[in-house]
Design a binder for this molecule. Structure first.
Ligand code: SF4
Length: 565
């Protein structure tokens, strides 16, 4: 269970006892502390994983019936001792206590190396040292006097002494009060600026310190961000299962797909990034638990590819973000301002798509540019959607010009149609939009946004309006591009579709081809127009959702759409 307080709000009086490691976070960076303690957002990175590894020998707790009656004769060792103090409002796990002739010796294990002082001597880093001071306070509360304290740095393979004097105790109490005051304030502190601590911070992909600064007040000029907000576990696979009767299970750390008693697929569960199932596919409870624990979403589609819904764990953060979202997205002027950017970016990207893949008439290209530029002048949502509609007519009116091998593949395109799609190209587009919308709904959910309340698409039962809004600028770049490339490369043809009275849909081979092309596209690296770095489309979707997240939390002054050259 989480050790975080229930979404701290301004005015919260009774905070639960704070874990000592959260005090460590506070001293490292108050914003990190806020994410971890108040919002319960935790992202592993190589450093946190290594940190757990450094603790592996001390994480086997000694059996202690009653810590208040702790006896520590010389030579005794007690590992992973959990202590709590209501008076201090603090809880913590002491890695190792050794009984010494004049009192206890306290040791905390850390990965990495000690800091060097001006004389070149190894000294403990301040958050590490203060963590030991807090632990010694807890021990004193249990009538154990601490004679000496050390941080053991795994990379240095040595103990570094820490001062746990009365003076340091007073400092620690002050810091604890400051941390609690910040938690009660209910306001996330601003990011550090150009600070090396950010390079090692596990919250970097969520915090986006440089991007946040840009979004706070976009000045139009791009900035250079050296470290893309890309988690280290960016690899991983989307498991797609569409064979009727297949069962997805969990065995010995592996996800296994079984059909008629035969294992047709097995892969380590940590390697699965998302699961898509079509039609009559079963998932065992064990596999479901594994997916929920690892934050893997499971999306359900009908046999014909209609998106039905998804299984997701609880979002990391919620109340503050959602409150901000409901408040802001209830204001028509705010919604219009964000929607203008989304539609501007969409028209821009449609125009780029036409120019990249064909030779559209000059007139259409220039009219689309005008429509794109007019979006900033729209006074109402109706006016804006009118511009979008005109641009869409020009775009889809010239869409066929992008299909170079339509004759060979036996598919062609005359106009956009849907519900149901009436030809293979429209079937491809409908399927792609449905999948992308699902992907964005999952991202909104995981960052703590309500996918069902957007700025442009109206809320309706079962309609992820915000996901649909965010999808606008990515439709041409991801889905239309997948459709065009599948047809132009000859990777899909007419016989990969089923035609009937209820429309045209892809068959199993068609879906397989689609998923391969879609996966390739999502993994394609693309340059960010404002920050200079390249990242896969999959990550760019998240960056845009994080921008909305910032905006509804009052940390960004607006929204800037994603465009490509
Ligand atoms: S990335 Fe930097 S500013 Fe953000 S939480 Fe981490 S240390 Fe703090």
């Amino acid at each position: 269970m989480s050790d975080a307080p229930v979404q701290t709000q301004a005015g919260l009086e009774a905070q639960p006892p704070m874990p000592v490691r959260r005090l460590h976070n506070f001293l490292y960076c108050p914003r990190l502390f806020y994410y971890q303690w108040v919002e319960n957002i935790f992202q592993e990175n190589a450093d946190t994983v290594e940190g757990s590894h450094a603790h592996r020998n001390v994480d086997r707790p000694s059996r202690i019936e009653d810590p208040t009656k702790l006896d520590l004769p010389e030579g005794t060792q007690i590992r992973s001792l959990r202590l709590a103090s209501e008076k201090l409002g603090l809880v913590g796990v002491v890695d190792l206590i050794e009984g010494g002739p004049e009192g206890a010796v306290l040791i905390d294990y850390k990965k990495g190396s000690a800091r060097r002082d001006e004389a070149g001597e190894r000294v403990a880093k301040e958050p590490d040292a203060m963590q030991l001071v807090a632990q010694s306070m807890l021990l004193r509360e249990h009538a154990i006097s601490v004679k000496e304290a050390f941080v053991y740095y795994a990379a240095d393979k040595r103990r570094v002494p820490v001062d746990v004097s009365e003076e340091r105790t007073r400092e620690c109490l002050e810091k604890l009060d400051q941390a609690k005051a910040l938690a009660a304030e209910g306001r996330c502190p601003p990011p550090l600026q150009d600070d090396p601590r950010c390079l090692y911070c596990s919250a970097y992909p969520i915090c986006l310190p440089n991007e946040s600064e840009f979004w706070r007040e976009p000045k139009g000029e791009p900035i250079t961000v050296k470290r893309p907000p890309r988690p280290e576990d960016d690899d991983g696979e989307i498991l797609i299962v569409q064979r009727p009767g297949a069962q997805i299970g969990f065995r010995g750390g592996q996800i296994v797909v079984v059909l008629k008693g035969d294992t047709i697929r097995a892969l380590p569960s940590m390697q699965v990034r998302a699961v898509y199932v079509y039609g009559a596919v079963q998932i065992t409870t064990q596999a479901t638990h594994a997916f929920l624990e690892q934050g893997v979403s499971v999306s359900y589609f009908s046999p014909s590819g209609r998106f039905l819904g998804m299984l997701n764990g609880l979002p990391a953060s919620g109340v503050d973000t959602r409150r901000g979202q409901y408040r802001l997205f209830d204001q028509p002027t705010t919604c219009l301002a964000v929607a203008k950017e989304m539609i501007r970016a969409k028209i821009h990207n449609q125009r780029v798509m036409l120019m990249r893949n064909g030779e559209p008439p000059e007139k259409a290209v220039s009219e689309m540019m005008q429509l794109r530029d007019q979006t900033s002048e729209a006074h109402t949502m109706t006016e804006l959607l009118g511009l979008e509609g005109m641009a869409a007519a020009l775009y889809f009116g010239n869409f066929a010009g992008m299909l170079k091998s339509s004759d060979g593949a036996g598919v062609d395109f005359s106009s956009r149609n849907r519900r149901p799609p009436r030809d293979p190209v429209n079937a491809l587009l409908s399927m792609g939009y449905s999948v992308l919308c699902k992907e964005l709904a999952g991202i909104c959910h995981s960052v703590g946004l309500d996918p069902f309340l957007g700025v442009m698409h109206q809320p309706r039962y079962g309609r992820p309006a915000l996901a649909l809004d965010l999808m606008e600028e990515f439709r041409p770049l991801i889905v239309d591009s997948v459709a065009v490339s599948l047809i132009n490369r000859g990777e899909i043809a007419k016989d990969d579709f089923i035609s009937g009275s209820s429309g045209v849909f892809m068959n199993e081979d068609g879906r397989k081809a689609f998923w391969e092309a879609y996966g390739r596209r999502m993994d394609t690296e693309v340059s960010h127009p404002q920050f200079g770095y390249s990242m896969p489309y999959r990550r760019m979707l998240e960056v845009q959702a994080r921008q909305v997240w910032r905006f509804v939390r009052g940390e960004a002054s607006g929204y800037v759409g994603f465009t490509t050259r």
